[in-house]
Design a protein around this ligand. Sequence first.
Ligand code: FCB
Length: 446
Amino acid sequence: MALQDLSRGGFPDGFLFGAATSAYQIEGSGFGSAGLSHWDTFAATPGNVVGGEDGRRACEHYLRWESDLDLIRDAGMDAYRFSVNWARVQPDGQGRLNAEGMDFYDRLVDGMLERGLKPYLTLYHWDLPAALSRRGGWVNRDVADWFADYARLVTGRLGDRVASVATINEPWCVAWLSHFHGAHAPGLRDVSAAAHAMHHVLLAHGRALEAMRAEGVKNLGIVLNFEHIAPATDRPEDVRAAAREDAIYNRWFIEALTKGTYPAEALAGLERWMPGRWQDDMAGIRAPLDWLGVNYYRRALKVHDPDSLWPAIAETPGPLPKSSMGWEIYPEGLRHRLAGLARDHVGDLPIYVTENGMAAEDSVLGETVDDAVRLDYIDTHLRAVQAAIRDGANVRGFFYWSLLDNYEWAFGYDKRFGLVHVDFATLKRTPKNSYHALARMLRRNE
Ligand code: FCB
């Protein structure tokens, strides 16, 4: 059975196992005098989220955080990746501090330490204060300074106790998905806004690194998302479309961070829409990282779309088994990505798989939640990590996405990624079979 032949012994010494969540998806943004974020306003606008659902209550983690941390400890995990809601600590995005919000994260971090869990902090997992969104958000160059101030504020309070700090979660989603596809807050579909956001998100990362380093905060990184992108056919136009998608999705951020350049295939369409003198910012953007976070879920097949303007890419369903997001399951892509990043971009820099997991149609029978497909997914992806380590990647940890079933953004509460089932009527937590199997694995050393 899946996970039975795996143990800690199959991973390098000190390899960390953990689970990941994010603030908006679990806490309940309505609690604790938090300011509004652009996810609150996006979700309140008709047509943006399935069923009009929002994160005002979510999993009520804001009230139930102690027993949620117990679940992580009881699974035998080593670390917990969580994020801070910017609008909870700075309701207007700048200036005024909400002490109640900062105290919450203070207690949360202490709660992790009391349970022997290493806190892996992410500063930005998408909850931009609505007050900043109204001033242009990621499209406004000032966002870099707003974010650096916020980073300094949060790490000034928590930096002495967290094991690591990530600036931004998934800049592709922050910029492209949200300003070009319009699928996430702020829901724009504007190539110029997208080009500005693609650059400003990296500028903000660089400024925040600089600000935190000046204060002596250690172990700073960023979390990028990657997909295994391939052409659906070997027709030259499909091969070129897949290469364009690869440049925008997989190469834009890592090449800027490690080489100080943007890929030509992406600049071909974006350069005329970029902010002026963007080249002058590249030196700050490529400031050294202490580690890299990799989120990986799936393979995606691309074709040329003759009816569309640049970048003229469409996606087509592939033949592999899929998660309930419709995402093709392809563990080889994770091995390939980790090994390729080590070889081509980051060398020996520590890499963490900061998210990997799947949404499934779990079957709930009393206290038992059968999620055999998820178990299999975890098994095959952990083996892919082992293979990448054999190939030479310095992978130091793996965080399952997610601890709990939660608010899956524009999909609302329908898509369940958790190791722990959440009944959204009662908010009762029930560990799934995958949780129990992972806990057994984490107790084995040989
Ligand atoms: C990632 C996000 C995370 C969650 C998973 C399924 O893109 O970082 O919040 O939505 O996908």
